[in-house]
Design a protein around this ligand. Structure first.
Ligand code: NAD
Length: 276
């Protein structure tokens, strides 16, 4: 199965489907990322705060896959925000990942109470200029946070990684980002297992028409809506099932019915306040 790519404003392409490792235990990460690479995933999404970058690095090293066939993202932790602290943190992440560069480096949260996301962004711009990150972006940035980067920074983020699933689609943050050429990555794409996808009628209907699983239908919806996704599972069968969502095609009316499920139900932290 070929994974489609999406062009970023940095000039690089990102594979639209990847494997995320939030809450993957450090001691299981090397094995699970190794399995993901065997299945065909080439895009891995980690973060300093997942405490599993070493395992990701070991799996990459053991895989023998050429570096230019992989797309590796990591993120700056909130308590490393600042200019020099961010540069130091990025270098520490690269060491743990055993890499010379990451494909994408993200500011994990705006963390507004810390008041340092603009300085952190300038550090990201420096990492980009030095070649330590091929693309730079943000996560959980609302329009007012992006606006400050546009006003005070010099590089437009390549992506905004947002909580995004059928019940929480963040239409304003998405359209504001897209209007500025920023691609959307959906975190928690299948609702983090916190609600029953099969209980959503349009998802269940499409799943039964296609002989697909509810998770595959929701992932196919993201892909059709040109979002980047990296669902997480620690079970190989589900990792394969999620990868096979690439072959699931929904009709425009099925897509629209899932769009209409938007209800503002956030599952994670509120980006307007979360600063831990
Ligand atoms: P997700 O929506 O990918 O859900 C993962 C959960 O869904 C699994 O733990 C499992 O319970 C269930 N699941 C997985 N595959 C399934 C299947 N085929 N059928 C049924 N259930 C299935 O949630 P996530 O892991 O939080 O998000 C994906 C990735 O996004 C993370 O691993 C991480 O890389 C990233 N993320 C980023 C942020 C951020 O603030 N930037 C926050 C959370 C996650």
């Amino acid at each position: 199965m070929t994974v489609p790519t999406i062009p970023l404003n940095s000039g690089h392409d990102i594979p639209q489907l990847g494997y995320g490792v939030f809450l993957v235990k450090p001691e299981e990460t090397e094995r699970l990322v190794g399995e993901a690479l065997e299945i065909g995933y080439r895009h891995i999404d980690t973060a300093a705060r997942y405490y599993n970058e070493e395992g990701v690095g070991r799996a990459i090293a053991a895989s023998g896959i050429p570096r230019d066939e992989l797309f590796i993202t990591t993120k700056l932790a909130n308590d490393d925000q600042g200019y020099q602290t961010a540069l130091d943190a990025a270098r520490a992440s690269l060491d743990k990942l055993q890499l010379d560069y990451v494909d994408l480096y993200l500011v994990h949260w705006p963390a507004p109470a810390r008041g340092m996301y603009v300085e952190s962004w300038r550090a990201c711009e420096h990492l980009l200029a030095e070649g330590l990150a091929r693309s730079i972006g943000v996560s959980n940035f609302m329009p007012e946070h992006l606006q400050r980067l546009f006003d005070e920074g010099s590089v437009v983020p390549a992506v905004n990684q947002l909580e995004l699933h059928p019940l929480h689609q963040q239409p304003q943050a998405v359209s504001y980002s897209r209007d500025h050429g920023i691609q959307i990555e959906a975190w928690g794409p299948i609702g983090q297992g916190k609600y029953d996808l099969a209980g959503l009628e349009p998802v269940a209907d499409a799943a039964s028409r296609l002989g697909a699983t509810p998770a595959q239908v929701v992932l196919a919806w993201h892909l059709a809506r040109e979002r980047i996704v990296f669902p997480k599972s620690t079970r190989r069968q589900r990792m394969e099932e999620n990868f096979a969502a690439l072959d699931v095609r929904l009709t425009e009316s099925e897509l629209a019915a899932i769009d209409a499920l938007e209800s503002g139900r956030r599952l994670g932290n509120d980006p307007m306040v979360f600063s831990d």
